[in-house]
Design a protein around this ligand. Structure first.
Ligand code: ZN
Ligand code: ZN
Ligand code: FE
Length: 767
């Protein structure tokens, strides 16, 4: 009998702490009648079990096929040991020794079991808005320090009551070591306050009921959530939405909505299977779903764009609120333009006073700001637009170990990234670095990510752009060396590294703007790239941007630059026919600007070409938020349009140029002749896809490379991404895109980190 006994040691790596992994193993071991122990260590969870050979095999299979929802096991080491005759199973307390390398879990949406208890009138947590367990609840947003234990979280000021403590101590319980565990007796509480932040005593017994009443009356309620405040209004009321736009000084940029359940989401949008899966995932992101032309949602929620940003309730508070109100709510980040989302109660009163009429407060402090994540799906490909709550700080696991670096990202949609070993820790979304508040938040995030990654890298990576704030910051940080990395190289490497590719690829970086190695503005680039270097072997034809930075907000300037090149002599007449400039005098000014090159940089940006086409097609001459023109163009695309425009591939010797002037000429002539803009815009999209494929084929012949990587902000366009990917695959190219890293500038820090670290490794400067 004794001779049949086996003992095995397993080490589980990945997200295995703070997600109920140890009680899970305890329950599994008990179920299979095994002895042994489980312990958290800096590397991961160590498990030793012993029993008969059969029960050990059955146990492991059972463990791996029923993992807790929030766990993400990246790999498991197994080792045979000698039996020591241990008959019972125990959980050993956290090992505080060694380097801190414990992975902090992202925040997780309420689980099904907690939801059942929340709705059960006989449960002691019935309708308690802060119910959670080891499978769900706040994580990153409540941590002050690692390891993730209650005293290191904002729950430290809520001593557990006797019942909660019993759950917390019982290894068989779902709440064993659930750090945010709480109930109405001992935990955080909710209250409704007026516009000045004074608690409204008449709603003391039912603050959610009070919020429902105020929202129904058309008021704006600031709701404290998981990673910050939301500003909520009735999404079916045009008046309420308009008022919020006015107060938030946000003209047209789409608002996200929260709906009660999947059924309600299907009433307002056309959901694909991928959309549904993402909406229901424990990350609970905002998903950009195809908008229905007619629905209860007020038109000004997402005017002129093809998609509606939808999310499902992810905290118990959201569930209680949405169930009672029964209508979709606008839920937009509680901030002022370009500032980070509010987290503190007093901060919210000061900063949101003139926007919100009421506040739904609670007293569980938010330590880490974390916006809602935004995802979209082109077919089954994920387009990650904002990587924040539900994702951060889950590391990207690389297929090789690299030296430690800190990468500062770009300037817009910024994130930062710390690479350590084979893990890259990307910060939550920080945003555009235009305001002092956003910059403070950035620096705060460096400290946070250093704690989470458990290291202080001595090498820093930044963008090549000398004028970026992050580039200037890199010079002030104490470090051994700073590596500048070209923007589009970083985009391509971001998609390579997360797909485990480290050798040479053909990269299509289709983007807004990035500083080029030659000092011009790049953004429609074909690169041969690996993790340390790149060669620019192609790009779209360049044009000038009269007014430089101003052209980003004023697409008509982009149109002038493109028409000037495309039509050579007759361009001024075309500009007049299209009414792009208000006077002859102005037109002459611009003509001289472009001829003299004064304040008129050259660009190969595809994003600016989209802007130009939007202005030429009469869709949009100025924009009020980044990407607006491209989104409105995409909104006009009709599948099945057969028309295509001409383009050329030109070879000046050292590279291939995708000449888009013939395309612009033909498209402009169509518009002048009164062609339906929807046909013109569809043909523009489909021609671009064909042109990309032609370029890639030519470049394959030159380089012999058939592995293609797509990245850059323009691939947020579902038509462009899906079309290009499918067409390339039809010609037997291997195509890779970003999946867990943003395709836009939110992914730059990760790409930079990999380039910087790979360069260090190659140079042998290993730290
Ligand atoms: Zn739960
Ligand atoms: Zn309690
Ligand atoms: Fe970019």
């Amino acid at each position: 009998m004794e001779r049949d006994r086996k003992r095995r040691r397993y080490i589980f790596y990945g997200i295995v702490q703070g997600v109920g992994f140890r009680p899970y193993l305890f329950r599994m071991a008990s179920k299979h009648g095994l002895g042994g122990f489980v312990r958290n260590t800096p590397e991961g969870v160590v498990l030793e079990v012993e029993g008969s050979r059969e029960s050990l095999a059955g146990f492991f299979e059972d463990v791996m096929s029923n993992l807790p929802p929030a766990a993400d096991v990246t790999h498991v080491d197994a080792q045979e040991l000698k039996s020591v005759g241990e008959g019972s199973f125990r959980i050993i307390d956290s090992d505080q020794e060694g380097e801190k390398e414990v992975i902090i879990s992202p925040d997780i949406a309420i689980c099904d079991e907690c939801l059942r208890e929340l709705e059960d009138p006989h449960d002691r947590r019935y309708a308690y808005p802060f119910i959670n367990c080891t499978n769900c609840g706040p994580r990153l947003t409540i941590i002050r320090d690692v390891p993730y234990d209650r005293p290191n979280t904002s729950m430290s000021c809520f001593p557990l009551c006797r019942d909660c403590l019993a759950e917390y101590m019982d290894p068989a319980n779902r709440r064993f070591h659930a750090e945010p565990n709480a109930c109405a007796v001992c935990g955080p509480r909710l209250w409704l306050a007026d516009g000045e932040g004074r608690e409204m005593v008449n709603f003391q017994g039912d603050p959610i009921g009070g919020a429902v009443e105020k929202l129904r009356e058309g008021y704006c309620v600031a709701i404290k959530g998981l990673g910050g405040f939301h500003l909520a209004v009735d999404a079916t009321s045009e008046e309420a939405v308009q008022r919020l736009r006015f107060r938030k000084n946000r003209e047209e940029k789409p608002f996200a909505i929260m709906v009660r359940d999947l059924e309600m989401a299907m009433e307002v949008a056309r959901l694909t299977d991928a959309d549904k899966e993402a909406l229901l995932s424990p990350r609970r992101p905002i998903v950009l779903c195809g908008k229905k032309s007619v629905s209860v949602v007020a038109p000004s929620v997402a005017p002129g764009v093809p998609d509606l940003g939808i999310m499902l309730p992810y905290t118990p508070l959201h569930h209680l609120l949405l169930r009672r109100i029964g209508i979709p709510l606008v839920m937009t980040s509680g901030n002022r333009v370009d500032e980070p989302i509010c987290v503190g109660n007093r901060e919210a009163i000061t900063r949101l006073r003139n926007i919100a009429d009421y506040f739904l407060f609670h007293n569980r402090d938010i330590i880490v700001r974390c916006d809602d994540s935004v995802e979209a799906y082109a077919g089954s490909s994920r387009i990650l637009i904002r990587r924040s709550r539900g994702w951060a700080p889950k590391p990207i696991v690389l297929q090789r170990s690299l030296p430690r670096v800190l990468a500062l990202g770009g300037h817009l949609k910024s994130t930062l990234c710390i690479l350590k070993g084979n893990k890259a820790y990307i910060s939550p979304h920080i945003g555009d670095l235009e305001t002092p508040e956003a910059r403070d938040f950035f620096v705060e995030n460096i400290r946070l990510m250093e704690r989470i990654a458990g290291c202080f890298p001595e090498y820093v990576v930044c963008d090549l752009h000398p004028g970026y704030w992050t580039t200037r910051l890199s010079a002030e940080l104490p470090c051994k060396e700073v590596f500048p990395v070209q923007h589009h190289h970083a985009h391509i490497v971001s998609a390579m590294a997360e797909n485990g590719i480290f050798d040479t690829v053909l990269g299509l970086a289709m983007d807004g703007t990035g500083y080029g190695a030659d000092g011009t503005v790049w953004g429609g680039e074909f690169l041969v790239a690996d993790c340390v270097g790149y060669k620019r072997i192609g790009h779209i034809s360049s044009f000038s941007l009269p007014g430089a930075e101003r052209a980003v907000r004023e697409p008509w300037r982009c149109a002038l630059g493109v028409l000037h090149r495309s039509f050579e002599h007759g361009w001024q007449n075309v500009v007049k026919r299209l009414n792009l400039v208000d006077s002859e005098v102005n037109l002459n000014v611009f003509a001289r600007m472009m001829e003299g090159g004064f304040n008129t940089p050259e660009t190969t940006s595809l994003g600016r070409l989209f802007d130009a086409v939007a202005a030429i097609a009469g869709i949009r001459r100025t924009i009020s938020f980044e990407g607006q023109a491209a989104m409105e163009l995409q909104n006009l695309v009709r599948a099945g349009v057969a028309k295509r425009y001409p383009y050329r591939i030109v070879d000046p010797g050292d590279r291939k140029i995708l000449d888009v002037y013939p395309l612009v000429q033909a498209l402009t002539e169509d518009i002048v002749m009164g062609e339906d803009p929807s046909i013109v815009v569809s043909a523009f999209h489909f021609t671009l896809v064909e042109a990309f494929v032609s370029m890639v084929k030519v470049l394959r012949d030159v380089t012999g490379i058939s592995r293609v990587v797509l990245s850059g902000g323009c691939f947020q366009n579902k038509v462009l991404l899906e079309g290009t990917k499918e067409a390339l695959e039809r010609f037997y190219f291997e195509v890779y895109t970003n999946r867990e890293v943003p395709v836009n500038d939110g992914g730059i820090s990760f790409g930079q980190a990999v380039v910087g670290a790979s360069t260090l490794k190659k140079n042998g400067q290993y730290s």
